[in-house]
Design a protein around this ligand. Structure first.
Ligand code: UD1
Ligand code: UDP
Length: 361
């Protein structure tokens, strides 16, 4: 049984699901309903050829405790009726935590895709979700060497850790022909010239829920759009809500658009001069495309992108963000250390071996 609920999980699950189907492993997909707008959910199932989930629990939005509690209660009910051999969870959202906890308490083995990532910032809700999920999981699919080191240093048994590379690299490789084909049309529609615009995405609670940080980010994007090159900002619904509450609409220089589909986002990333983001997934994808990334956070779970010179951390410091944007240009060598684009195949193989009673690792 796979548990998904939020945008990045549909992308990761699409790859693993296809690999499981190729090995004839039966899968029941449960969508918690954490994300529910068409452009945050169904669009991804359509674009990534992911079958409709068997269950949609329609949990919706609420505080962390209420949302996680509802997920826990509802997925437990489904697990008790479906009796899966294993539960697969992805990443670090409240849906990940709810799925992992419910399964562990029913003594169903948990497999965690994207295990071992750490920001070492426990004020991030995702850090708590990752820590707990990793420590109740039986199979930990680590995307990078640094993720493996993190798990080892927390005393997780070596036999449970499997280094696979990154499933989002699999997705980029798999869908590249589709998103490259649409380049001309999308650039024309948005009136963009290749390498002469920036793409922005912002949704981390630390940025959206702190008025000073959000204002500094809006001011920085405005300044970049006015002085350097156009900025296209695909605004996450959480951020849209905060901007409205704070009546923060900037000068109008930034092109604020609704969230876009996976294929459109990859097309936008590949053509950008640089990317400004606090997203985990977007940091990696920009690096896979060789596009410079400016991460509006103090730390990252993907240190390989920094050491490869693809990514710089600016926090929410207006001056640093604008300077980094002015400096960013050209194409970079994509970082090593994210595997060979067959992480989902390795995950499906490990799950098959586990089902046949073989030791992981
Ligand atoms: C969640 C994850 C985060 C992940 C992100 C991916 C947690 C704690 N956070 O953050 O790790 O990076 O998803 O995008 O699980 N909303 C809508 N429509 C939707 C979904 C959300 O309007 O379809 C709005 C609601 O106002 C909601 C807010 O966005 O309250 C936040 O949604 P939520 O799923 O709680 O957290 P994200 O910020 O999306
Ligand atoms: N994404 C998208 N459309 C958007 C913004 C992001 O398709 O408007 C994709 C992005 O390319 C990446 C994934 O969503 O594949 C990342 O999700 P998000 O930033 O919401 O979450 P995170 O990765 O930070 O958990």
């Amino acid at each position: 049984m796979s548990i998904v609920g939020a945008r990045p999980q549909f992308i990761k699950a699409a790859m693993v699901s296809a690999a499981l189907a190729g090995r004839e492993i039966g899968e029941v997909m449960v969508h918690t309903g954490q994300h529910y707008d068409y452009g945050m959910s169904k669009l991804f199932f359509e674009q990534l050829e992911l079958a409709e989930p068997r269950y949609n629990l329609e949990i919706g939005s609420s505080s962390h405790g209420a949302q996680t509690g509802r997920i826990l209660e509802q997925v437990e009910r489904v697990m008790m009726s479906e009796e899966p051999d294993m539960v697969i969870v992805y990443g670090d959202t409240n849906s990940t935590l709810g799925g992992a906890l419910a399964a562990a308490k029913l003594h169903i083995p948990v497999a965690h895709v994207e295990a071992g990532l750490r920001s070492f910032n426990r004020r991030m809700p995702e850090e708590i979700n990752r820590l707990v999920t990793d420590h109740v999981s039986e199979l930990l699919f680590a995307p990078t060497g640094s993720a493996v080191m993190n798990l080892r240093s927390e005393g997780i048994a070596e036999s449970k850790i499997i280094v696979t590379g990154d499933v989002m690299l699999d997705a980029v490789r798999r869908f590249e022909p589709l998103f490259l084909r649409e380049r001309g049309r999308l650039f024309q529609m948005l009136d963009l010239t290749e390498r002469c615009y920036f793409v922005a995405t912002i949704h981390r609670a630390e940025n959206t829920d702190d008025p000073l940080r959000l204002r500094a980010i809006v001011d920085a994007l405005d300044e970049i759009a006015m002085k350097i090159a156009p900025v296209v900002w695909a605004v996450h619904p959480r951020t849209r809500k905060r901007l409205e509450e704070m009546s923060l609409d900037g000068t109008g220089a930034v092109r604020m658009i609704d969230p876009v589909g996976y294929l459109e986002m990859q097309t936008l990333l590949t053509g950008a001069r640089a990317v400004l983001t606090d997203s985990g997934g977007v940091q990696k994808e920009a690096a896979f495309h060789g596009v410079p990334t400016i991460t509006l956070r103090e730390e990252t779970e993907w240190p390989e992108t920094i050491t490869a010179g693809c990514n710089v951390l600016t926090g929410a410091d207006r001056e640093k963000i604008v300077l980094a944007a002015a400096d960013a240009s050209g194409r970079l060598t994509p970082p090593a250390g994210f595997g060979g684009g067959n992480a989902s195949g390795m995950i499906a193989d490990a799950i098959t071996a586990w089902k046949c009673g073989e030791e992981p690792g």
